[in-house]
Design a protein around this ligand. Sequence first.
Ligand code: AMP
Length: 190
Amino acid sequence: MLNIVLFGPPGAGKGTQSEMLIEKYNLIHLSTGDILRKELANETDLGIEAKKYMDQGLLVPDEVVIGMIGTQLENHIDSEGFIFDGFPRTTEQAIALDNLLKEKNMFIDAMISLQVEDKELIRRLLERGKDSGRADDQSEEIISNRIKEYNLKTAPLKAFYDKQNKLFEVNGLGSIDYIKNNIHSVIDNL
Ligand code: AMP
């Protein structure tokens, strides 16, 4: 089994790289952002509640996303592994994930962290906002909140996984193929 946390700030390229990883390694892609947007599109209670936070670029409460991940792990228990994209985003979530996995005799093999500077993130997100239809990609103020949330609550998780000797940093600047190859070489050397 192979379980990877694909990590990085909003706009680092986690979604794009996840799509390629799931194909090569036959993994399940678990993106909490995608799941929340689906809930929102279906106008579920959870989606409507989450929208209040997402529209401001703030993190949705831990218990909501932890519950979603627990359900997804149960639903794909026979898979060859998972790419966690956009989760965990707080220490609380990282501890909960370790516990959920432990119950199933599973563990995280690596956190692969994509490094991209803030100016480039803002440029990419505004560009994506032109046709992604995502309200949170269209305003510099919301984008700036998302980056602030990342720096304050999410970036400290690098130390969390580093302590477990599972942190691998990859340059997130360059062509999609260049970044993909660097990620593959991390995984192939695990
Ligand atoms: P993303 O698609 O990963 O950029 O996530 C979009 C938005 O969904 C974020 O700005 C948060 O409001 C919410 N979200 C996604 N994943 C999480 C998470 N793990 N914890 C809290 N909020 C999340």
